[in-house]
Every structure is written in C-alpha cells, then in structure tokens.
Design a protein around this ligand. Sequence first.
Ligand SMILES: [Zn+2]
Length: 186
Amino acid sequence: MSDINCEQCVVQKSTYTVVCANGHICPFYTMNPFVIFQMTPTLNIDRTLLDQRYFAFQRVLHPDKLQDASVQIKQWAEQHISQINQAYKALKDILLIAKATVLYLQNPTLGLEQFSDKDIPMLDGDFLSNIVRLQTQGTPEDIAELYHQVIVGLDRSICELSLAGVLSSIAQLTYVERLRKLIQEI
Ligand SMILES: [Zn+2]
C-alpha cells in the first residue's frame, strides 16, 4: 500500500484513500470492501463503525456537495459512490465476506468481480460423502449443525488470515448453502 500525494494539495495519502486529510476527493485504487472501509477482514463486522464510515463517504461524495467541483472530481465521486455502495452491500453477505477476504490476501486492489472460482479447491471425500448422505437422509437440524461448523471454520480461517483455509471454507459453504436451499424447498 504505497503513499502518493493528493492531486489537489500536497498531503500524502494512501493510494486507497478516497478523501485526503484536507477533505479533497481523490481517485482511489481499490475495489476491495475491507480496504475501502479500512477494516481487517472479519465475519464479526463492527456494524456501527461500518455505518459511520459509509455515511461519512456519502456526506463527502453526495452530488449536492459537489455542485462547484470540477468535472473530474464529480466523475470520481460518482464512481466511488457506486463502488462504496456495492462494497457496503457485500459486507452483509457471508459468502461475499469470505471472497473479499481471499482478495484482500491476494491483492487488495481487486474487487469482488475479480474473484476467480478457479481458486476454490476440490473438497475432500469425507466432506462430500457427508453432503451426499445429508441430501437423502439429513434432517434440517443436521444441516443446520453442518452449516454452523462450516461458519466456525470460516471464522477461524479469516481470523488467522489463512488464504487456503478461507478458500476451503468457501467450497464447503457453497455445498452447504445448496443443501439449505433444498431443504427449504421441500
Ligand atoms: Zn488534498
């Protein structure tokens, strides 16, 4: 994460910062939800802090505040608002939080649309046969229990910032989510 000068004053800022210390709107070079909101990846997002940062962005970037700004600044603000809205939404979804964590660890400039499914590993045989068994014989409680286990594993991998662990949890979560949907449809 290198520092650059704000384009409108001489203040140094991170390439990922949307607003410099003097309140100038700057182009920012990340689409990663955690980087945008300056948070370390976690499943237990501090919602109050997230909302504070979200609304602070909205206040600065709102078109009403920028009536006298240059075309360039208006363009940046418009881009940032849509990126920030997407990032804010993503941080409410467990699977997207997991994917944002993977990207955070791989390259914090990347956004969710750059997540590559090719990085998701194959699951081990035991997990898969368990899934097959639950598909035919599982009770909703069994599936809820497995879901809980997968989330606990994901939480641990995110806390440890373990790329391999988070990717493996994503693979598991995809299967378990499918099972949960199946049960709901019956
Ligand atoms: Zn500035």
